[in-house]
Design a protein around this ligand. Structure first.
Ligand code: NDP
Length: 266
C-alpha cells in the first residue's frame, strides 16, 4: 500500500514512500508536484531549505486538501545554518515558509564536524518541545555517526543517504539497522538514469513494471524508505505503484550485484 509505514525507534510511523522535491522549481512546478502526489495517495514529502521551494511545498500541501496531520513532512537544516542558535532560527524560517507549526522529520543535511553536535542539541530541544516528531541525519557515513552518538541524548531516528543499485553501501545499512536508525534513500532513481540500466530493463520486462518501479521495489525490499522525485503526474503515479509485486530473492541478488560504490552526488 502506498501509505504503508515503518515504525521509527520512537514509535513514529514514517511512510515507506514519499515525494522528493529537490530541483522542483519554486512556484507552480513544486506546488503541482506536491498536490498531485498527495491527491494520488502519497503521504510523505521531502524538502529542504536549500531547495528554495518550501513556500511552494507548503502551498501544494494546502491546495491538496489533505489534512496536515495526515502528511509526513520532512525538511533539513543547511550547512551554513548549522550551530545551536542558527539551527533554531533556520527551523523557524522553514516552518514559516511551509506554513506549518511542526515538522514530522528534521534532518542535518550534511555532517559538519563538531558544529553538528551543537546542531543536534538544537534538534533535541525542538524534539522535546514537540515541534518535531522525529529527528535525524543526512549524508552521515558510519564514522560521522560514531562521532555524534556519544553527544546525543536522543538517538537519530533516520539517516537519509544516496542509495540506488549502483551505490548500496551495505555496511552502512547494517550499521544503521544495528543502531535502530531507519535508512532513507535519496536519488533512488539515479536521477533518472535507471532507464539506462540493462538489468533493470530486463527485470522490468519480466515483472511487467518500469525500470524505475524495479529500482524502488528493490530498495523497499531492502528495508529502505524511498523518496523518488518527479514533477510529472504520470510518473508520480507510476513511481508509487510498487506495492503489488515482489522481486524474487534471486533477482534481488542480481540487482545487488550492480553495486559499484558509484556516487551521483558529492
Ligand atoms: P531521483 O533519483 O528521485 O530522480 C529524479 C529524476 O528522475 C528527475 O529528473 C525525474 O524527472 C526523473 N524521473 C522521475 N521518475 C521517473 C521515471 N519513472 N522514469 C524516468 N525518470 C524519472 O533523484 P533526486 O536526486 O531528486 O532524489 C530524490 C529526492 O531525494 C530529492 O528530490 C530530495 O528530496 C532528496 N535528496 C536528498 C539529498 C540529500 O542530500 N539529503 C540529495 C539529493 C536528493 P521529472 O521530474 O522530469 O519526472
Amino acid at each position: 500500500m502506498i501509505d504503508s509505514t515503518v515504525k521509527l525507534h520512537n514509535g513514529v510511523e514514517m511512510p515507506r514512500l514519499g515525494l522528493g522535491v529537490f530541483q522542483s522549481r519554486e512556484g507552480e512546478e513544486v506546488i503541482n508536484a506536491v498536490r498531485f502526489a498527495l491527491q494520488h495517495g502519497y503521504r510523505s514529502i521531502d524538502t529542504a531549505s536549500i531547495y528554495q521551494n518550501e513556500v511552494g511545498t507548503g502551498k501544494g500541501i494546502l491546495e491538496s486538501g489533505i489534512p496536515r496531520e495526515d502528511i509526513f513532512l520532512t525538511s533539513k537544516v543547511w550547512n551554513n545554518q548549522q550551530g545551536y542558535k542558527n539551527t533554531k532560527g533556520a527551523f523557524e524560517q522553514s516552518l514559516n515558509r511551509l506554513q506549518t507549526d511542526y515538522l514530522d522529520l528534521y534532518l542535518i543535511h550534511w555532517p559538519k564536524g563538531e558544529q553538528s553536535v551543537e546542531t543536534w542539541q538544537a534538534l533535541e530541544e525542538l524534539y522535546d518541545k514537540g515541534k518535531i516528531k522525529a529527528i535525524g541525519l543526512s549524508n552521515f557515513l558510519i564514522h560521522h555517526i560514531e562521532e555524534l552518538l556519544p553527544h546525543t541524548k536522543v538517538k537519530p531516528m533516520v539517516n537519509q543517504v544516496e542509495f540506488h543499485p549502483e551505490l548500496v553501501q551495505p555496511e552502512l545499512i547494517t550499521y544503521c539497522k544495528e543502531h535502530g536508525i531507519q535508512q532513507e534513500a535519496w536519488s533512488p532513481l539515479m536521477q533518472g538514469r535507471v532507464i539506462d540500466v540493462p538489468l533493470l530493463k530486463e527485470l522490468a520486462g519480466k515483472y511487467g513494471k518500469t525500470n524505475a518501479q524495479i529500482a524502488l521495489r528493490w530498495a523497499l525490499q531492502k528495508g529502505v524508505v524511498v523518496i523518488p522525485k518527479s514533477v510529472h503526474e504520470e510518473r508520480i503515479v507510476s513511481n508509487a505503484d510498487v506495492f503489488d509485486f515482489e522481486i524474487t530473492g534471486g533477482d534481488m541478488v542480481k540487482i545487488d550485484a550492480l553495486d559499484q560504490g558509484k556516487r551521483i552526488g558529492p
